[in-house]
Design a protein around this ligand. Structure first.
Ligand code: FAD
Length: 409
């Protein structure tokens, strides 16, 4: 065992009112699992973590800990917080590898899960362990959603997703890869085939365009398209990334690792406004990524970008007239945001979207069509893994009530 894990665990003050837990979106009982671990019960500690969050092993790696549990840790006020993520990772990784995640109940009911990102995976674990028959439909070749096709492998190893895949198969979950629900298999077909509930967890996979002249030229790409398979792209040496969130950072770091000599992030506001996590910004700088603040593209050309300088007036970005400048670019990666695709709603009656194009759901997570539920980014808009799992947990409670009521009739 890495000694620093024990040393870190011993630093936990086991607070009566743990701020770390309060700062965690899924209310992980941090002092509880650390004490069990220190008392020699790593299996119980791992079980608690898994029961509360079936994707604990993933969250322990990708959560923005500095803004959540570690940000709440009282030791962080005067010194360094306990490295909770590392301890959670050690325990959850151990538990994932030894535990078979047995079915704990047997119940009648069949559930179709559309999408295998964090929301779909969490729902599959929760509902399969309750004894329902679960099938996952995934448009990509492999499970994981953003975890596999967005977050680069140097941040999250695909081996973990392969292990989760194996665990789901052992639980009896059926997985249909390369199957896009909507054009061929529709929601109506799923109901025809006696699924009691359909759970939509399709995320947000349409890149939002910048609507700048030149955006359709051959060297301009969208970040999420690039991250899906970076090796399919020839970016050249000078790469400019447009955006300031974690996706912009991931795409810039990936381009640098794939051989781009000069990677610059162009961001329309100031450094302190960057929405990306502080530690991610810091590491991107160490990876050699440069930043150009208060700058917006106004036209993409064959080998350069025409940009303009901005100022911030009452919180708004305002272009400074006459302050145009050029940045050389072999390729551009646009990472400004994403929205939901419409493959399902365009082929199904009765599923309403809200004004943002996201699934409209009630307080139980049910869409406007009875028996069709939704969770994750397709309901909340782009969020985080832990938030998608937490939302899914609540919706799974409603799904259980819905199916059980149906079979009690
Ligand atoms: P997704 O992960 O998007 O999964 C949706 C799945 O549905 C996909 O597998 C997709 O292929 C499938 N699908 C879509 N339509 C269909 C269809 N019609 N039929 C069948 N399948 C379909 N969050 C963090 O907490 N930490 C991070 O470090 C972090 N980094 C990120 C980096 C990037 C580049 C991006 C884009 C996001 C990042 N996030 C991060 C956000 C986080 O990954 C998302 O909030 C989370 O993945 C949402 O989960 P989801 O299950 O709702 O959707």
């Amino acid at each position: 065992m890495a000694k620093h894990i024990i040393d870190e665990a011993k630093r936990c003050l086991n607070c009566k009112k743990p701020q770390c837990r309060m700062a965690c979106p899924i209310s992980t009982d941090v002092p509880g699992f650390i004490q069990k671990f220190l008392n020699g019960d790593i299996v119980e500690a791992g079980k608690d973590l898994f029961e509360n969050n079936p994707l604990s092993v993933i969250c322990s790696i990708v959560c923005p800990h500095e803004e959540q549990c570690e940000g709440g840790c009282i030791l962080g006020r005067k010194g360094k917080p306990v490295r909770i993520g590392s301890i959670e990772n050690y325990i959850s990784d151990y538990y994932l590898n030894i535990n078979s995640h047995d079915v704990i109940e047997k119940k009648p009911g069949r559930v179709a899960i559309i999408g295998s990102g964090p929301a779909g995976l969490a729902a599959a674990f929760i509902l399969a362990r309750k004894g329902y028959k679960v099938t996952i439909f995934e448009s990509e070749e492999k499970i994981g959603g953003v975890l596999r096709y967005g977050i680069p492998e140097f941040r999250l190893s695909n081996d973990i997703l392969d292990t989760l895949h194996e665990k789901l198969i052992n639980l009896g979950v059926k997985i249909r890869p390369n199957t896009l629900i909507g054009p061929v298999i529709t929601i109506d077909m799923l109901f025809r085939d006696e699924y009691d509930v359909i759970f939509i967890a399709t995320g947000v996979w349409n890149p939002n365009p910048l609507n700048v002249k030149g955006e359709s030229l051959g060297h301009i790409h969208y970040a999420i398209s690039y991250l899906k398979n970076p090796d399919a792209f020839n970016l050249g040496e000078k790469v400019v990334v447009i955006g300031g969130g974690n996706t912009a950072i991931d795409v810039a770091r990936t381009a640098a690792r794939k051989g781009a000599k000069n990677v610059t992030i162009l961001y329309r506001r100031m450094e302190e406004h960057l929405p990306a996590t502080k530690s991610e910004i810091e590491i991107a700088k160490l990876d050699g990524v440069k930043f150009e603040f208060l700058s917006s593209p106004i036209e993409f050309m064959d080998d350069k970008i025409k940009c303009i300088k901005n100022e911030i007036v009452d919180g708004r970005v305002v272009h400074l007239e006459g302050r145009e400048f050029f940045v050389e670019a072999d390729s551009v990666l646009i990472a400004i945001s994403q929205s939901a695709r419409t493959n399902i709603v365009s082929t199904t009656e009765g599923i309403e979207l809200n004004e943002k194009g996201l699934l409209q759901t009630d307080e139980n997570g049910m869409t406007t069509r009875p028996g069709v539920f939704g969770a994750g980014d397709v309901v909340t808009g782009a969020q985080t893994v832990v938030k998608a799992v937490n939302y899914t947990k609540k919706v799974c409670d409603s799904i259980e009530k819905y199916i059980d009521a149906k079979y009690a009739e």
